[in-house]
Design a binder for this molecule. Structure first.
Ligand code: MTE
Ligand code: MO
Length: 371
């Protein structure tokens, strides 16, 4: 792993590790933390308190969670800051520097949030509780300086939390093993199709609230500003917290600059879109985007195109591959198109934002034949 920072611990795998398997091994799964990683020792005494605008607040223990039906959802988790380093080259942005690997695809196992909420009397497909609750806030055990020593937290709309096809999980397993400490042991939220920041690790409590979470990472971070906004004129309240991530792809078989012996090269990478929108195709160019060929894709068969359909892999990435013969020197480009025909933007300049989030511009790498 390449360590982006030690305290808090942030790390991403080398590019090549990402494309060696459809399911990312836990050891090669990026780790993103805003504070020290907590230790939960006594699993029997660990519980999540659920309260707020509900009739029957309750403490839920692991045995309650384990007794609910277990679902496995294959979902790609992506940090909103993935590919930030490249955005910083245009104009400096603030945040942890990431290459293209602050992303991973895992099989998450756990209880559906809809089933957990039913335990406290909130039925499926609810958008507001009788007491006026419209959002579900997830509060963690870990403390971070951005919250002035308070816990990391985030929220999602109640309508999403109580919608079974949104597949929001309280996950206790990752790739068939109990979650490890880095990834949120003993229990974390997984909100598929949404930036990683909302998938709160080390869950401590759940609050049903009327307005969205007022925490730092919802209100003062992870918002997408236009290129005209800088630190002098920023007004955080003008933007919504980022939720779904847009269509994304990156080449992982090549570094930014490559010296290779052969004209024939293999271009491999990942493509994924947010909101349960599948990948329609991936285009690859060896001439900086003048001409394109379609890459072949590897994905489990039977993935529906419609985000409303139920399927355990609809939140997962696609791995793509193309073979190409390149001239003496070439700019290789990849761009993905999702099922809603959303396309990655050509240049990073048009999506530059001061926090450096969601760099989804065409991924470009350079190849030179020779020594
Ligand atoms: N949850 C807590 N409690 N504390 C955190 O710092 N980081 C978030 C999210 N959940 C975070 C958290 C961010 S920004 C991301 S991208 C993902 O966790 C990273 O999850 P991972 O470390 O399991 O890959
Ligand atoms: Mo993140």
């Amino acid at each position: 792993m390449v360590h982006a920072s030690e305290e808090p611990f942030n790390a991403e795998p080398p590019r090549l590790a990402l494309i060696s398997s459809y399911v990312t091994p836990v050891d090669y799964f990026y780790k993103r933390n805003h504070g020290p990683i907590p230790i939960v020792e006594d699993i029997d005494r660990y519980f999540v308190s659920i309260s707020g605008l509900v009739q029957n607040p309750k403490d839920i223990f692991m045995k309650d969670i384990w007794s609910l039906p277990k679902y496995t959802v294959t979902a790609t988790l992506q940090c909103a800051g993935n590919r930030r380093t490249a955005m910083s080259k245009t104009r400096k942005v603030k945040g942890v520097g990431w290459d293209v690997a602050a992303i991973g695809n895992a099989v998450w196992g756990g209880a559906k949030l809809t089933d957990v909420l039913e335990l406290i009397g909130v039925p499926k497909l609810t958008s507001v509780t009788s007491l006026g609750g419209k959002h579900i806030e997830f509060v963690s055990i870990d403390k971070c300086k951005e919250e002035h020593g308070g816990p990391y937290k985030a929220s999602i709309p109640l309508s999403q939390a109580t919608n079974p096809v949104a597949d929001v999980l309280l996950a206790y397993e990752m790739n068939g093993e109990p979650l490890n400490r880095d990834h949120g042991y003993p229990l974390r939220v997984i909100v598929p199709g949404v930036i990683g920041a909302r998938s709160v690790k080390w869950l401590d409590s759940i609050n049903i609230i009327a307005e969205e979470c007022q925490g730092f990472f919802m209100q003062k971070d992870y918002k997408m500003f236009p290129p005209s906004v800088d630190w002098e004129n920023i007004n955080w309240s003008t933007r919504n917290p980022q939720m779904d991530f847009p269509v994304q792809s990156a080449i992982c078989s090549l570094e930014d600059i490559n010296f290779v012996k052969h004209e024939k090269i293999t271009i491999k990478g990942y493509a994924v879109s947010g909101g349960g929108r599948g990948i329609e195709r991936v285009d690859v160019s060896t001439d900086g985007g003048k001409t394109w060929v379609e890459a072949s894709r590897y994905q489990k068969p039977g993935i529906p195109y419609n985000a409303g359909d139920s399927c355990s892999d609809k939140w997962a990435w696609v791995l793509f591959e193309a073979e190409a013969e390149v001239p003496q020197s070439a700019e290789i480009v990849a761009k993905a198109v999702d099922v809603a025909a959303n396309v990655q933007p050509e240049n990073v300049e048009v999506i530059w934002n001061l926090r450096g989030i969601l760099n989804t511009s065409w991924h470009r790498v350079h190849v030179r034949i020779g020594h």
